[in-house]
Design a binder for this molecule. Structure first.
Ligand SMILES: [Zn+2]
Length: 142
């Protein structure tokens, strides 16, 4: 299955290859202080491959906070956050926002809360290495 998503204005787009086709897609409502404020709901598939295309990199803010091990890619034109990346041992990992999906059957989404409060940085990075998309490429369309 090829899952496409984008921010509202289209500046940040992604396509996630998910093989074999998912029977369901975990949609994790993150309870961190940033995601609570913008309603962040994320998914990832460790065996998937993700291509992120950016039309105008000048219109992307990379926001980090707390441990600063994750970067939220915020479109500064429309305010949507389609992707989060984390660089671990020189490899880029990512999760994508299910809210940014285009044309994906919502019945596939299995919504669940996720709380990572109290998790130490080492545990956090180890979890991302296990669960996040490990094949991530960025391209600039313009
Ligand atoms: Zn946008």
């Amino acid at each position: 299955m090829l899952i496409r998503g984008r921010c509202h204005c289209g500046n940040i787009g992604f396509s996630l290859t998910w093989e074999p086709d998912p029977a369901e897609i975990a949609a994790r409502a993150c309870s961190c202080s940033f995601c609570v404020k913008h309603g962040g709901v994320w998914t990832s598939y460790p065996k998937g491959s993700l291509e992120v295309s950016v039309e105008d990199p000048a219109l992307v803010s990379r926001y980090g906070f707390g441990t600063r091990t994750a970067e939220f890619h915020v479109c500064t034109r429309c305010g949507v956050v389609p992707v989060v990346t984390s660089s671990i041992d020189e490899r880029l990992y990512a999760v994508v926002s299910v809210n940014a999906f285009e044309g994906v059957n919502p019945a596939l989404l299995r919504h669940a809360p996720a709380s990572f409060d109290g998790e130490g940085t080492d545990d956090r990075l180890a979890r991302r290495k296990r669960n996040w998309i490990a094949d991530v490429r960025f391209s600039e369309a313009g």
